[in-house]
Design a protein around this ligand. Structure first.
Ligand SMILES: O=C(O)CCC(=O)C(=O)O
Ligand SMILES: [Fe+2]
Length: 263
């Protein structure tokens, strides 16, 4: 069975006081550039790549904003992949920066179209009712995981086949300041690079399973990199096997977080 994504680094983040052991990375939150300029929400929508499993929001971030972020992220102390993965962990060969930053997670949710589109999802032209929303997102969505990860893949780097785990987290509600028990349900990957920025390869590829043992598995779903596109995919027990293909030219930059649902 293919491994889980880097389990050791995907520990639940907590908004409570933590022991040094539970801190995934000891970074103070960086001084992120403002999330501007962005596309108006009215111009954006979900695109379905695989029903109930893989969605995108093309052009969530403008090319200008992605460029500003890549320049900024290049100044952060990214760390190289730890040597040999532990037994059961996926092979991830890239450079990463990880920080627990509820304030940035809240900005990504509210200052971009993510929050509005997730709360009132129109999928394939149909607005979902409350039950359909819960089924799609895996519960009542609170916002985004404060565990923010930045990946830089240089030429020759990749993220081998794996499944993403659902994690238990404590979600800090910005409006009330209260902490709500939550779990992550979908992975969000924001692409800041593409062939337009000189990056070749690096596609995220999903391997849907065959409906039965007698049937051949469907073709893999290849998500091409596109600057400013947000990719969302279901994770946890219904996660599809997936990988980040090798980058063959240039650099691939990605910001990763997750949807959090009430536990
Ligand atoms: O970089 C990618 O395309 C995939 C990343 C991924 O699978 C992950 O963060 O779990
Ligand atoms: Fe993954």
């Amino acid at each position: 069975m293919p491994p889980k994504a880097d389990k050791t680094k995907e520990k639940p983040t907590s908004t409570k006081v933590k022991t040094s052991k539970s801190i995934a990375a000891p970074h103070p939150p960086p001084n992120w550039p403002p999330i501007s300029p962005i596309q108006p929400t009215a111009d954006l929508s979900f695109h379905t790549l695989l029903q109930d499993q893989i969605l995108t929001i093309p052009n969530l971030w403008t090319a200008t904003l992605c460029k500003t972020y890549v320049s900024f992220l290049s100044t952060l102390p990214l760390t190289m992949t730890p040597g040999k993965p532990k037994r059961g962990d996926a092979v991830r060969v890239n450079d990463r920066f990880q920080v627990d930053d509820p304030s940035f997670a809240e900005k990504l949710w509210s200052d971009t179209a993510i929050g509005e589109l997730v709360v009132a999802p129109v999928v394939n032209g149909l607005e979902l009712n409350q039950q359909q929303r819960r089924d799609l997102w895996g519960g009542e969505i609170l916002g985004l995981n404060s565990n923010i990860r930045v990946y830089r893949y240089s030429k020759g780097q990749f993220f081998d086949q794996h499944y993403d785990d659902s994690n238990s987290v404590n979600f800090l509600e910005s409006s009330t300041g209260s902490v709500v028990p939550a779990k992550t349900t979908w992975t969000l990957l924001l692409y800041l690079s593409s062939p337009a920025t000189g990056c070749q390869g690096g596609e995220t590829v999903f391997y849907p399973e065959a409906a039965s043992k007698r049937e051949a598995p469907p073709s893999p779903v290849v998500v091409e990199l596109s600057v400013g596109t947000l990719l969302l995919h279901r994770h946890g027990k219904d996660c599809l096997l997936h990988q980040g293909r090798e980058v063959t030219e240039g650099e691939k930059w990605v910001i990763r977080t997750d949807l959090c649902a009430k536990r």
